[in-house]
Ligand binder design. Structure first.
Ligand SMILES: [Zn+2]
Length: 143
């Protein structure tokens, strides 16, 4: 989560909301990929931290299935990212702050643990939640 927080800080430079994500290898010892929000920086509506980190991890492994991997993100994933997490077959999603307005991993929706889907990653929430949330409130306060 510390690495994800570092990533989140980099988003601000491009004018993006500070959210960062990393993908860990199945044994948890290697950071396969990292990403931060780049929507403003790249003009890409899908350039959320999680999607970018998943794409990079898949490119590094040479396949789309990220079975066994863990995605760590500073903010609860939105519906798009929750869908991408299910599609990527990650085993575990760890997030920091809850997103009561748009969260899709336990708050507003729970897409990642929807029993109608055939893959449901384990969810761990609230890891360094205060630090993750503080980055966001500081960012929006300066806007
Ligand atoms: Zn998202």
């Amino acid at each position: 989560m510390r690495l994800a927080l570092d990533e989140a800080g980099q988003a601000v430079r491009g004018g993006d909301v500070p959210v960062g994500a990393v993908v860990l290898s199945p044994d948890g010892t290697t950071v396969l990929a990292a990403g931060h929000n780049e929507r403003e920086a790249t003009g890409d509506p899908t350039a959320h931290a999680e999607v970018l980190a998943l794409r990079r991890a898949a490119a590094r492994l040479g396949e789309w299935r990220l079975t066994g991997c863990t995605l760590v993100v500073t903010l609860e994933p939105c519906t798009m990212c929750a869908g991408a997490l299910v599609q990527s077959r990650v085993d575990r999603v760890v997030y920091g702050a809850r997103d009561d307005k748009a969260g899709a991993a336990g708050s507003l929706w729970d897409v990642v643990r929807d029993r109608r889907l055939n893959h449901r990653p384990e969810v761990v929430q609230g890891v360094l939640a205060e630090e993750s949330a503080r980055l966001l409130t500081d960012f929006f306060r300066t806007r």
